[in-house]
Design a protein around this ligand. Structure first.
Ligand code: ZN
Length: 138
């Protein structure tokens, strides 16, 4: 069995941003040499997500509006967590959008359903943060 690990680093310009990381995960898969197995991709921070969905700008806008309705960033003092921090909304958004994804590897490729793409969801950005890619298989 082969095992492969890599950390991908991100520093977004905005506090919240969605990044399609599918090409980077595909690069990892090529480097790993795994043809049959599983890839785990997870955010290493509790204010960011990794999730699978459509790479469609309208939908990304809808995510932003929906998440702001559920857990608005402001006013900061609506959250008990925001004593020394201002990122309570980011923790809540991360929980809804998820920590990680697992994708099957078949024939050396990510075995996606129609339109599936892997995203890094940043909810408290403008600083360096990372994602773990772990691949196991043969
Ligand atoms: Zn916090």
């Amino acid at each position: 069995m082969k095992s492969y690990k890599k950390e991908l680093w991100f520093e977004t310009q905005q506090r919240r941003q969605l990044i399609n990381i599918t090409p980077k995960v595909e690069e990892c898969l090529q480097e790993s040499g795994v043809k049959e197995g599983l890839v785990l991709v997870n955010a290493m921070h509790i204010s960011a997500s990794v999730f699978i969905n459509d790479d469609e700008s309208g939908l990304h806008h809808d995510f932003e509006v929906w998440l702001e309705k559920l857990a608005p960033e402001k006013p900061y003092d609506q959250y008990k967590h925001n004593g020394f921090e201002d990122n309570a909304d980011a923790h809540l958004k991360r929980t809804i959008m998820g920590r990680e994804v697992v994708v099957a590897i078949t024939g050396g490729k990510l075995d996606f359903g129609p339109w599936e793409q892997i995203f890094y969801g940043e909810f408290d950005g403008k600083r360096k943060k990372r994602v773990l890619v772990k691949i196991i298989g043969a």
